[in-house]
Design a protein around this ligand. Sequence first.
Ligand SMILES: [Zn+2]
Length: 103
Amino acid sequence: MNDTHTTKTTTRDHCFNCGTTLGLDCGAAEPDYNEDFCSIGCYRGTLAKSEHAHGRIGVLNARISDMAAERDELTNLLNASIVANRAKNAEIEHLLAEIDGTK
Ligand SMILES: [Zn+2]
C-alpha cells in the first residue's frame, strides 16, 4: 500500500512547497518542475523561505550567545557570593570564639 511511499527518502509524493500531489500527468497541466516541486514558482518560493529561515536561525544563535554570556556572568556572581558568605561565616565563628573566651 502506502508503505513503499513512506519509506522513500529522496523523492516525495507531494510538492515540498504547496503539497500538491506530484507525478500526476493531467495532460493539459504543465509537468512537475522536478521530483520535489510542482512548479518553478514553488521551487523559488522554497528557496526564499529557506533564506528567511536561515536569517531567523542567525538571530536565534545571537540570542543564545547573549544568554550564555549572561548565564556566565550570573554564575560568576553566585560563586563570588558563596566565597563572601564563607568569609562572613569564618568572621562570625571567630567572634563567637572570642565571646566564649571572655566568659
Ligand atoms: Zn507546489
